[in-house]
Design a protein around this ligand. Structure first.
Ligand SMILES: Nc1nc2c(c(=O)[nH]1)N[C@H]1C(S)=C(S)[C@@H](COP(=O)(O)OP(=O)(O)OC[C@H]3O[C@@H](n4cnc5c(N)ncnc54)[C@H](O)[C@@H]3O)O[C@H]1N2
Ligand code: MOO
Length: 402
C-alpha cells in the first residue's frame, strides 16, 4: 500500500485552518504573541527635530571658526526653548533629546565651544547641519511598522510602545489538549513495576506547543481501553480544545485504541500512516471543530511528528506569516546510505567548523531513544528514495528549538 507523503499530510492538516479570534493584550503580556492586525504608528518619532548631542543649536551661516554667539535660552529633553526663532549670531544651549529651536540648523557640541557668561566662541567652524535627528526619522504617524502575522519579539514591544500602543491586538492562543495512552505508563518519580515505562512524551510536546504560542491542557494517561480513551476525547471536546494531540496506541496492535476511539467519538479520520520515519502510524482527523493529531507512542516519533506537523498547524491557527519550518543547508560530516520510500528525519548535531555547518547524525536512530533525541540539535531531512550521499555533500537540516 502506498503511504501518504509528508507534504500531502501537512496540506491535509493545514487545510481550511483560519486564524483564531483576536484579543487585546497589554504590552507586558505581548511577548511572542502573534499580531492580528497591521499596526500603524499613532504618532511621529521623533515628533520634532531633536539634538543628538549636548551642545549649542546655531545657524550654520553664523558658525565660522572663532565666531562669538549670544546664548538666548535653553532646550532640554521634554522642555523645548519657548522663544522665537533664533536670529543672526544667536545660539540656544541644547541637550541630547532637546527640540532643536526654529532657525537653528546645526548643533555644535560643547567640547568645541568656549563659554563665558551668555556668550560662546566656536573653536571650530560648523558649516554643515550635524547632530540633528529630523522629525519622523524613526517613523511617521500612520506608518505601518508591524505587520499582522508578526511573532512579536522583545524589540517589537518597544517599537509598539513608541508608536503609542498600550495594548496590542493578537490572536487567541490555541488550546491544545494532550493525552497519553498506555497501560504501561507511570508518572516520573514512581516506583516502576515489571515492564512499566515512565510517561515522558508529553513533557517535550507540551513544552514545544507552549513555546510555539499555544496553551496546553494535560489530559493525563488513558488506559488502553475504549472507555478510557473515549472519555478523554470527550473531555478534550468539553474543554473547548482546538487541537487534541494523543500519543501512543496509534499502531495496529490489539491494544491500540486511539483510532477506534476517535471514530467512536465522531472523528472524521483524514489520514492514518504516512511515508515518514520516525512516525509512520501518525493520524489526523477532525472531531467537530476540534482537530486531532494522533502521534505514535515511540518518544522520538511523537516528538518529530509534533515538530513537523503540530508546530505549523499552531502557527496557522495563530495567523503567523511564517508557518513552515525554515530549511537550512549544512554539509554532511559522513556518508549516508540510500533512503527507502519514507521521508526521513534523522536526529543530528550541527557543529560550526570555521563558519561551515557540519551535520553529523547521532549514532542510533531507533525511535525509542530519548538520549539521542536530546543530543540532537537539528533534524536532517532526507526525501523518499534519496540516493546514497557522501561526506562533504550538502544536506537539508531544520533546527530544533533550544
Ligand atoms: N505490526 C506492526 N507493528 C508496528 C508498526 C507497523 O506498521 N506494523 N509500526 C511501528 C511503528 S513505526 C511505530 S512508531 C509504533 C507506534 O506504535 P503506537 O503508536 O501504537 O505506540 P505504543 O505501542 O503505544 O508505544 C510505542 C512505545 O512507546 C512507548 N510510549 C508510549 N507512550 C509513551 C509516553 N507517553 N511516554 C513514554 N513512552 C511512551 C511505549 O511504552 C512503547 O514502548 O508501532 C510499531 N509497531
Ligand atoms: O516509524 Mo516508527 O515511528 O518509530 O518506528
Amino acid at each position: 500500500m502506498s503511504l501518504m507523503s509528508v507534504a500531502d499530510a501537512l496540506n491535509s492538516i493545514l487545510d481550511g485552518v483560519t486564524p483564531l479570534p483576536e484579543e487585546d493584550v497589554s504590552l507586558d503580556d505581548a511577548l511572542h504573541r502573534t499580531l492580528s492586525r497591521d499596526l500603524a504608528a499613532l504618532r511621529t518619532q521623533p515628533p520634532a527635530p531633536m539634538s543628538a548631542m549636548d551642545g549649542y543649536a546655531v545657524r550654520t551661516t553664523d558658525a565660522a571658526k572663532g565666531a562669538r554667539l549670544t546664548v538666548i535660552g535653553e532646550s532640554a529633553a521634554g522642555r523645548p526653548f519657548e522663544g522665537p526663532a533664533i536670529g543672526p549670531n544667536e545660539a540656544v544651549r541644547i541637550f541630547t533629546g532637546g527640540v532643536v529651536p526654529a532657525g537653528a540648523d546645526t548643533i555644535v557640541i560643547q567640547e568645541d565651544v568656549e563659554r563665558e557668561h551668555n556668550f560662546i566662541t566656536l573653536a571650530e567652524a560648523a558649516p554643515k547641519p550635524r547632530h540633528i535627528r529630523e522629525a519622523g526619522l524613526d517613523f511617521r504617524e500612520g506608518d505601518v511598522m508591524l505587520r499582522r502575522g508578526t511573532l512579536l519579539s522583545d524589540r517589537d514591544l518597544s517599537l509598539a510602545a513608541s508608536m503609542n500602543h498600550p495594548t496590542l491586538p493578537v490572536h487567541r492562543k490555541p488550546k491544545i489538549a494532550i493525552l497519553a495512552t498506555g497501560d504501561e505508563l507511570v508518572m516520573p518519580g514512581s516506583q516502576t513495576g515489571p515492564g512499566q515505562i515512565i510517561y515522558s512524551n508529553a513533557y517535550a510536546i507540551q513544552a514545544l506547543m507552549r513555546s510555539t504560542g499555544a496553551e496546553t491542557i494535560s489530559l493525563g494517561i488513558a488506559h488502553d481501553t475504549m472507555e478510557d480513551t473515549c472519555a478523554a476525547i470527550r473531555r478534550a471536546k468539553e474543554m473547548g480544545a482546538d487541537l487534541l494531540i494523543t500519543s501512543g496506541g496509534a499502531s495496529v496492535g490489539d491494544h491500540d485504541m486511539v483510532k477506534p476511539a476517535l471514530e467512536a467519538e465522531g472523528t472524521d479520520i483524514k489520514f492514518w500512516k504516512i511515508a515518514l520515519r520516525p512516525g509512520k502510524p501518525m493520524m489526523h482527523g477532525r472531531c467537530g471543530s476540534m482537530r486531532v493529531i494522533g502521534l505514535p507512542g515511540n518518544p522520538s516519533s511523537s516528538y518529530v511528528c509534533s515538530f513537523v506537523f503540530a508546530v505549523p498547524l499552531i502557527r496557522a491557527m495563530l495567523g503567523r506569516a511564517q508557518v513552515n519550518h525554515c530549511i537550512e543547508t549544512a554539509i554532511l560530516g559522513h556518508a549516508l546510505p540510500p533512503n527507502d520510500h519514507r521521508q526521513e528525519y534523522l536526529r543530528a548535531r550541527v557543529l560550526n567548523d570555521n563558519g561551515v555547518a557540519i551535520a553529523t547524525t547521532v549514532n542510533l536512530q531507533d525511535s525509542s531513544l530519548l538520549g539521542n533525541l536530546s543530543a540532537a540539535d537539528v533534524l536532517l531531512v532526507r526525501p523518499p528514495l534519496a540516493p546514497a550521499a557522501q561526506a562533504g555533500e550538502r544536506c537539508d537540516v531544520i533546527r530544533l528549538p533550544a
